[in-house]
Design a protein around this ligand. Sequence first.
Ligand code: FNR
Length: 186
Amino acid sequence: MNRKIAVIVGSLRKDSFNRKLAKALIAAAPAGLDFSFVEIGDLPFFNQDLEAAPPASWTRFRNELKAADAVLFVTAEYNRSVPGVLKNAIDVGSRPYGQSVFNGKPAAVLSSSMGAIGGFGANHHLRQSLAFLNMPTLPNEAYIGAAHTLFDDAGALTNDGTRQFLGQFATAFAAWIEANAPARAA
Ligand code: FNR
């Protein structure tokens, strides 16, 4: 049975390089992985008071995560950290207390930016949250710099080295999921 992977992109921009990279990773991934994007742009800021009647988008987001075996984060870096919209999504998914939709799910983190260090700061700040969320996180590092040079006008990846890297990263994630995801009934 294929593994279901929720893909969360830490950028809302229509032409986001991170979203393009996520699509390129999916195209380069081995068989056996079903990816679906889980959108985060419509989630109201987390406020515990709203739990009395949770916004429909919170419930939609939580249900989509619950249905996934693993989570792939592909994120931009804002001011050397995680974009606020992604941090908010993590906060929404982590509550109510004791009902986190992230608990125990294997994760992988890919970051990219137009700069030279490829979102290293966001990548590692995100890893700090994933440790708290009890998500076994693929140790492989993936920082994609100069993201604006990697795509053609139609948004397709033009760099073969990056394509190869993304394929290897996805293959490593597939093995990581099998090693770390809870066993499933056949
Ligand atoms: C940035 N950018 C950026 N780049 C970087 O390498 N390190 C950083 O700390 C920041 N900080 C930052 C803050 C804010 C508010 C913005 C809007 C941008 C530039 C960033 O890498 C660039 O906008 C990317 O294009 C963002 O990724 P997406 O949206 O293309 O996926």
